[in-house]
Design a protein around this ligand. Sequence first.
Ligand SMILES: Nc1nc2c(ncn2[C@@H]2O[C@H](COP(=O)(O)OP(=O)(O)O)[C@@H](O)[C@H]2O)c(=O)[nH]1
Ligand SMILES: [Mg+2]
Length: 309
Amino acid sequence: MHDLAKKIIEKDVRALARGISFLENDHPDKLSILKDLHAEGKGAHIIGITGSPGAGKSSLVNRFIQYLRSNGLTVGIVAVDPTSPFSGGALLGDRVRMAEHFTDPGVFIRSMGTRGSLGGLARTTKETVRMMDAYGFDVILVETVGVGQSELDIMKVADTTAVVLNPGSGDVVQVFKAGIMEIADLFIINKADLPGVSKLMTEIEGMLDLVKHDADYRPPIAQTISTQKKGIEDVWGFARKHLQYLKDTGEGDRKKTRILQDEVIEVVHYELMKMIERRQQDGDWRGQIERREIDPYTVASNILSELDF
Ligand SMILES: Nc1nc2c(ncn2[C@@H]2O[C@H](COP(=O)(O)OP(=O)(O)O)[C@@H](O)[C@H]2O)c(=O)[nH]1
Ligand SMILES: [Mg+2]
């Protein structure tokens, strides 16, 4: 077994931090470490929290951490915010907000950098969650901005996906269009201190009637005020109920199978892309295309034939 994998399983928190850096930097040992860790997954309850920027996800996560800790549970947090490309930004805000947890050994917070492509970020995020699960947190929270395919893709790693909405924001239509409705296991109306809660409630219920009318699981709706610690226990209660549903119906197992099968394709895809990118640096095909000396199909065929399988 890889030394780092061994240390992560032994709950060496510095090894965990280093391991995640390996993932982010695409270290050559990455796949071998993940392989060693696979059987070591402890079955954390992985909860994804998604929603528009400013919806209050980070504030909610902060309260959630407090709540889980006061119930004796350990928590790993992965914060992904590709919408803040500037250093600092939202992540710095999160850091300040979550500072009180930094000295607590039962809490581990990792902000995912904005480097690399979104596809790469989604991959790294999922691998980080796997690594945290092998380390052995009771609950793993993944915060991500709900825009675009990659964010939806990140959420596939979660057992339970919570979608955060605000009253008076007109978010519901967006959520519906973006295909988030389909992946939501639980809705959270955060900023429930603001006007428009019952209108939003009706909108979500209406949408659920359309999308989930024949489903055997109907996502519940929680109301929270993150700035006042309100409603967090409902979120936790609903999340536990959803996990129980996954267990009771076998849907959890089926979901897991799909995720693992997809993972194979994803890893192959990602590794192939890296090989191709390295190959692309060889030769002057970009120049040849610029000078219209060659067609893209010939270049593509050449690159593919050079990758020896
Ligand atoms: N009124 C009100 N403001 C909130 C609530 N939760 C968060 N906020 C505020 O909303 C803003 C954005 O919060 P943040 O957690 O950074 O949102 P994120 O971008 O979704 O992570 C901050 O100014 C929070 O103080 C709430 O329940 N009520
Ligand atoms: Mg945030």
